[in-house]
Design a binder for this molecule. Structure first.
Ligand SMILES: Cc1cc2nc3c(=O)[nH]c(=O)nc-3n(C[C@H](O)[C@H](O)[C@H](O)COP(=O)(O)OP(=O)(O)OC[C@H]3O[C@@H](n4cnc5c(N)ncnc54)[C@H](O)[C@@H]3O)c2cc1C
Length: 337
């Protein structure tokens, strides 16, 4: 295993701060996953697998080994009359994989177009957008268990997928994901539940959209709505949308009639975290070189600091504010290290 020493993490994550890692390597083959786990045990130092670094915030130097996942490859395992099974390397770029599937006419993940990051990270927080979660299309996940030193093939149920979480997120770095197997549909059912998708299709006069039309609409919406991380470093939504009880919702709605929330069961509601922050007048607010994006308060932007901790302190200030005003505790979606 080739190790580099004392490496700046600036080029390897979206927030582009200048924290350093003591050791750095890349993983290009399956056996290198085992090398990383063994090195960590032998040297009694932590390791961290990094994908594209679009959902992490380093608040201090990493005193261990960071291994960038670069295992690529898309393998067709089986093609049936209505569905196809694909095994994909953890280091594949997510959006390229989506484009590959659309080109082949295999549907299911088109609503997840243009989400940044790698395929291997997609099950970790069960990425989702525009009414679809990746869990809908995952058949299984192959990962190395760094506790038992064995390879495990997790079927979908074993992955414990839920809103922006999974077994892999909850067990904090225990498993290193090697490949993800997807089950995609040859006759996909199109999902246009979101009004904004229907509006774009209507504007283009598309009455019977294909998966390609849906993908193009979503690319258009996301490109207009989200800040470009290369120009305005950010990690997408910084917080999850909090879930509250129906009673909490009714009390809040009476006090704040404009509250944006939608029911997720008979007893609970999911509240738009971006609305909560904007309702505290923090949309576009900056402290030093960190701020909330002017068009979407849920996105925290690094306007020039090299300190991840400055971003973290800003995010904690938002949490405090929301708790004081609404009695809601925001949960961080970004992986803070
Ligand atoms: C502009 C923008 C928009 C976004 N929009 C969305 C959205 O709509 N929906 C959504 O769900 N997310 C969204 N995100 C978040 C992000 O795209 C996803 O979380 C993505 O899956 C992260 O992939 P990554 O490769 O960059 O992971 P990283 O940021 O590199 O890592 C994330 C976590 O996964 C772990 N990890 C990564 N790869 C592996 C592996 N192979 N094995 C074990 N652990 C691993 C890391 O240790 C870390 O804890 C957005 C981010 C940005 C910047």
């Amino acid at each position: 295993m080739k190790l580099q020493h004392n490496i700046s993490l600036k080029p390897y994550h979206n927030f582009a701060c200048d924290e350093k890692t003591q050791f750095f390597t890349t993983i290009k083959r399956q056996d290198e996953i085992i090398n990383v786990a063994n090195w960590s045990k032998e040297n009694k130092k932590p390791f961290l697998i990094l994908g594209a670094g679009t959902n992490v915030l380093f608040t201090q130097n990493f005193e261990g080994l960071i291994a960038k996942m670069e295992i690529v490859g898309i393998k067709k395992l089986e093609e049936l009359a209505t569905e196809v099974f694909l095994e994909v390397g953890a280091g594949e770029n997510w959006h390229h994989f989506v484009m590959y599937c659309i080109q082949k006419g295999w549907g299911g993940i088109e609503n997840l177009s243009l989400i940044p990051g790698t395929v291997g990270a997609s099950p970790i927080q069960n990425i989702g957008a525009y009414g679809v979660e990746v869990a809908n299309c995952i058949h299984s996940v192959n990962a190395y268990d760094t506790q038992s030193n064995t390879w495990i093939n997790f079927n979908k149920a074993a992955c414990l997928f839920d809103y922006r979480t999974s077994l892999f997120k909850q067990t904090n770095n225990r498993y290193i994901i090697h490949t993800v197997t997807f089950k995609l549909q040859k006759q996909a059912s199109i999902k246009t539940d979101y009004g904004v998708i229907r509006e774009v299709l209507h504007d283009k006069n598309i009455k019977h959209p294909s998966i390609s039309d849906i993908s193009n609409a979503i690319i258009q919406i996301r490109s207009q709505k989200l800040p470009n991380p290369k120009l305005l470093p950010n990690a997408g939504s910084f917080f999850k949308n909090p879930c509250i009880t129906k009673l909490q919702y009714e009390i809040l709605k009476a006090k704040f009639p404009e509250l944006i929330a939608h029911p997720i069961s008979d007893e609970s509601y999911k509240v738009a975290a971006g609305w909560l922050i904007a309702a505290c007048d923090w949309k576009g607010v900056t402290h030093g070189q960190v701020g909330c994006y002017e068009n979407q308060a849920l996105i925290i932007i690094n306007y020039g600091t090299n300190s991840g901790n400055e971003i973290f302190v800003f995010s904690e200030a938002i949490k405090k504010l929301i708790h004081e005003k609404f009695g809601i505790t925001l949960e961080t979606e970004v992986n803070v290290l």
